[in-house]
Design a binder for this molecule. Structure first.
Ligand code: FCB
Length: 487
């Protein structure tokens, strides 16, 4: 498909960010345009991702404090089948085995997160050295295995005392995150060169404070909008704090992203889709890069009051991100509902329209590989030449151990193959993408879904001693990495 046709398709689908703008202007480098279909550039960061609460377990070990996910998971009725991250994959104790598995998969980059409540059990003040020591050991083992350690500072495990003080809607949380970032980077910055500050700020603010699907389970749309601004402040302040420790460190973020589509052909749904596109894709990127929020999402005359913006915040939210991480899984349908300031704050999920014809993963997410191309090209247009990494992409297929002791998961292979082909196409068309991380290395605790959704390349037998078994998809992915090509 030519770019012009793509642009028209995006417009007809309500891809707002392309409206009124020129098609992506960057010219592919000679090296990128010399790549063949399915090929990737030399030195590509092939990886997989995990996050602390989803894999570590050891929730009350070695001085770790309580997080909002501990509190939420320990509250009856919040998580499917009563799952918790108390043990999860027990990676706190089995990390050497996990790193060996990652190496066996030929990974070049291991994305993981650092648990704030291990470092500052109360979210402020006293530092727990045992927490820092764990991540030093972990990172040293990753380096010894010849992989890049690629940590995220905040993957949703806010210390509970900060939630008790108001949580993300409380402006003070921004400075708390910046202090924590400084502590970690001072202690570990010699070992790690690239730092991701926030994982999916859209998801932890909107799902956590707007529609009560994630911890801390609040359904407060007004507070949620303020939380989005505090997350932007946190990102800016943490960025500045890390650069003050060592300006050579590279600092970025990981953002959930994907096309939006109107749930019907009505004008109001089309307009809602355009607004939601900006809210879900650009709300935490544009303020960092420009100091401004995307226009046309909230009423211009009320926006500052709704967000709790103060004088000078345009400078505080600024962060000249060294890389942009994108988490892409699927697209979303959007319908208008005048009761909510932004469609994403509507707690009622938009039903799947009758015209939807896509196959779905076991999680019920529509499978749309061209969305990888569309969103990467579009984000690249917004972020200019800033390097992009895919920080997450993957699918839940709940396949267990077969009689032969193996896990045959051909659908995960097909999902990943199709998305990687689209990613290669974006690179050949000039998008500055330098890495891809599959979600996830291991089956793990999938938030409110508990252990019911398996995203891993490696199967974990939670009921039988946590035994790890690489799936067919793991072998397939190892070959992709070895050949730097998907076919
Ligand atoms: C993303 C999260 C990640 C994982 C995947 C399936 O939104 O960042 O932790 O749960 O979804």
């Amino acid at each position: 498909m030519k770019r012009r046709e793509l642009l028209q398709m995006a417009i007809s689908l309500g891809g707002a960010a392309t409206l009124g703008r020129d098609a992506f202007a960057a010219a592919p480098s000679a090296a990128a345009s010399a790549l063949g279909a399915g090929e990737f550039p030399a030195g590509f960061h092939w990886g997989a991702a995990t996050s602390a609460y989803q894999v570590e377990g050891a929730w009350n070990v070695d001085g770790r404090g309580e997080s909002i996910w501990d509190r939420y998971a320990h509250t009856a009725g919040k998580i499917k089948q009563g799952g918790t991250g108390d043990v999860a994959c027990d990676s706190y104790h089995r990390y050497r085995e996990d790193i060996a598995l990652a190496k066996r998969l030929n990974l070049k980059s291991l994305r993981f997160s650092i648990a704030w409540p291990r470092i500052q059990p109360l979210g402020r003040g006293a530092v727990n050295d045992k927490g820092l020591d764990f991540y030093k050991r972990f990172i040293d083992a990753v380096l010894e295995a010849g992989m890049r350690p690629y940590p995220t500072l905040y993957h949703w495990d806010l210390p509970q005392p900060l939630e008790d003080a108001g949580g993300w809607p409380n402006r003070d949380t921004a400075q708390r995150l910046a202090d924590y970032a400084e502590i970690v980077v001072k202690a570990i910055g010699d070992r790690v060169k690239e730092w991701t500050i926030l994982n999916e700020p859209y998801v932890f603010t909107v799902l956590g404070y707007g529609i009560a699907i994630h911890a801390p389970g609040r359904r407060e749309p007004d507070a949620c909008l303020r939380a989005t601004h505090v997350a932007n402040l946190a990102q800016g302040l943490a960025f500045q704090a890390i650069k003050a420790v060592d300006p050579r460190l590279k600092v970025g973020g990981a953002y959930s992203c994907g096309p939006t589509r109107p749930a019907s052909d009505s004008a109001v749904d089309r307009a809602a889709s355009e607004r939601q596109y900006k809210f879900s894709n650009l709300w935490f990127v544009e303020p960092a890069l420009t100091g401004r929020y995307p226009q046309g999402v909230l009423p211009a005359d009320k926006q500052d009051a709704m967000l709790g913006v103060r004088d000078g915040d345009d400078k505080r939210v600024r962060a000249a991100l060294d890389f942009i991480g994108l988490n892409y899984y699927s697209f979303g349908y959007v319908r208008d509902d005048p009761r909510y300031a932004v469609p994403g704050l509507n707690p009622e999920w938009t039903p799947r329209p009758a015209f939807d014809h896509y196959a779905q993963t076991d999680f019920g997410w529509d499978i749309y590989p061209p969305g990888m191309y569309e969103i990467v090209m579009d984000m690249a247009k917004h972020t200019g030449g800033v390097p992009i990494e895919i920080t997450e992409n993957g699918a839940a297929y709940n396949v267990g151990l077969g009689a032969d002791g193996r896990v045959h998961d051909p659908k995960r292979v097909e999902y990943t193959r199709a998305h990687l082909k689209e990613l290669s196409r974006a690179i050949r068309d000039g998008a500055p993408v330098r890495g891809y991380h599959h979600w996830s290395l291991l089956d793990n605790f999938e938030w409110s879904e508990g252990f019911t959704q398996r995203f891993g390349l490696v199967h974990v037998d939670f009921a039988n001693g946590q035994k790890r078994t690489p799936k067919d998809s793991a072998d397939w992915y190892a070959n992709v990495i070895a050949s730097n090509k998907v076919s």
